[in-house]
Design a protein around this ligand. Structure first.
Ligand code: EPU
Length: 429
């Protein structure tokens, strides 16, 4: 096992290229199950979630060729193999195998997903959707059993706006008989990306990106080529890094409209930002950062996934900032670690109150989840001295070539093997 070492205090400059979107990738890869000939997805991020999904598609008989960032999946010999345990538990997004396998085989057995611990993460809306399409759904010993004689289009109102449920219902509905209407659908760019792939495969989907999606079922779907969208959360993370310690950072391969809420907040803080078609230039500037409040909301509101990295930046703002996470009220596991680094933060319920500015100090900290990891990496870059971040397996789930990208900007960052004593200590915490 490795830890990430960061020597803080460097002024970062240069260009960083954003990879393909993790939260699209984890849906696009299962979506290939629905085709009957090879599908190629171009521009995938080099992250462990992609490797795990590749393994899962192979387990059910898919032929998968992953070369550089492009994956070709031949789904023609896939079978409806039960996946109650193993790799399926290693990532939360394995729930997309439910919709995709149900859509293709009318049955699936999928272990209940793992993933980041952000407090309760129910999948009741996914299940409500599958049931509305005619599937019976039971939970037996930690695995979800789905079965349908036939899937029939239905009108489904989501009680909670959910990215996962919206995509999962689309996956199950594209080959169902008749029309499905998803009301109160999520509008995240990743949903449009999945709908674009499915449409290229021959599906009939209208309204992706709005809160009403209409799907007219088709009998079969065919292979195609698809290029994934850039990762708006990775891009946002580097923008925050640029605002925190940047002497002029150009973020390349980004869709600036996907990040409007972050750009607005950074400008409010006094950060200089210029955006082009697929690039954003960001510079910290000479003035102290102004305090701002944020509240996470569904897209196009401020993304919950950027709340943790943004909180780290706020430790350097002058005054008091209030951060409220309305999506995941318990997404504050990074706060204790930031406190170890000298941050002045209080958590009350769904809200964190940050007082600044403080000079963060290097410390030994642990990433409890993916975006907490990003928050700690940013803290390390801002801190005086050396920061050691453990829990790298979380960061590797979502940040492609993190060390190379940061080093390319002039950061002093490296990975080191953990000693036996450190591993024992980590296990006991
Ligand atoms: N919810 C329900 N019932 C459901 C589904 C969701 O109550 O059936 C609630 C959740 O508990 C949460 C809210 O609805 O409070 C939104 O959840 P959503 O379903 O939208 O989240 P998700 O699909 O499980 C995706 C991303 C997350 C990101 C959220 C919110 C993937 C694989 N994950 O999760 O990304 O935080 O949307 O935007 O797409 C990350 O990248 O670090 C990450 C955790």
């Amino acid at each position: 096992m490795e830890k990430l070492m960061i020597a803080g205090g460097d002024l970062l400059k240069g260009t960083v290229r954003v990879s393909g979107a993790k939260n699209s990738a984890v849906a696009l890869i299962p979506a290939t199950i629905l085709a009957d000939s090879p599908v190629t997805i171009e521009g995938l991020p080099d992250i462990s979630d992609v490797e795990i999904l590749k393994g899962l598609l192979e387990e059910i008989g898919g032929k998968v060729d992953l070369r550089n960032d492009d994956m070709t999946v031949d789904p023609s010999s896939m079978i409806s193999m039960p996946l109650p345990n193993g790799k399926v538990k290693m990532l939360r997004a394995s729930y997309y195998l439910m919709g995709a396998m149900l859509g293709r085989f009318k049955k699936a057995v999928i272990g209940l997903p793992g993933g980041c611990h952000l407090g309760p993460r129910p999948i009741d809306q996914h299940i409500k959707g599958f049931q509305a399409l005619g599937a019976s759904v039971t939970n037996e010993q930690g695995a979800i059993y789905l079965r349908a004689d036939e899937l029939r289009g239905a009108r489904i109102y989501l009680d909670v706006v959910s990215v996962g449920a919206t995509i999962n219902i689309m996956l199950a509905a594209v080959r169902a008989k008749g029309r499905t209407i998803i009301e109160n659908a999520a509008k995240e760019p990743e949903i449009i990306d999945v709908a674009t792939l499915l449409t290229n495969m021959g599906a009939n989907i209208k309204g992706a990106g709005t809160d009403i999606i209409r799907i007219d079922g088709v009998d079969s779907l065919h292979g195609c080529h698809h290029t994934i969208i850039p990762d708006r959360i990775e891009a946002g993370t580097y923008m925050i890094i640029g605002a925190a310690v940047g002497g002029g950072v150009l973020i390349d391969n980004v869709i600036p409209q996907h990040l409007e809420s972050l750009i607005a907040k950074l400008r409010e803080m006094g950060v200089r930002i210029e955006s082009g078609d697929d690039q954003v230039f960001i510079e910290r500037g000479p003035n102290p950062l102004k305090a701002v409040d944020i509240k996470t909301l569904v897209y196009p509101g401020f993304a919950t996934d950027l709340q943790q990295p943004f909180t780290t930046l706020l430790t350097n703002a002058t005054g008091s900032c209030v951060v409220t996470d309305t999506i995941y009220g318990a997404r504050f596991k990074h706060i204790d670690e930031l406190r170890r680094m000298n941050a002045d933060i209080k958590v009350e319920g769904r809200t964190a109150i940050i007082n600044g500015p403080v000079q963060l100090q290097g410390a030994k900290v642990k990433a409890s989840d993916l975006r907490a990891g990003a928050a700690l990496v940013i803290a390390g870059l801002m801190a005086e001295g050396i920061t050691e971040v453990t829990g790298l397996e979380h960061i590797d789930r979502g940040y492609s070539h993190l060390v190379e990208k940061l080093t390319g900007l002039g950061a002093t960052v490296w990975r080191e093997s953990m000693t036996k004593e450190e591993l024992e200590q980590l296990k006991s915490t």
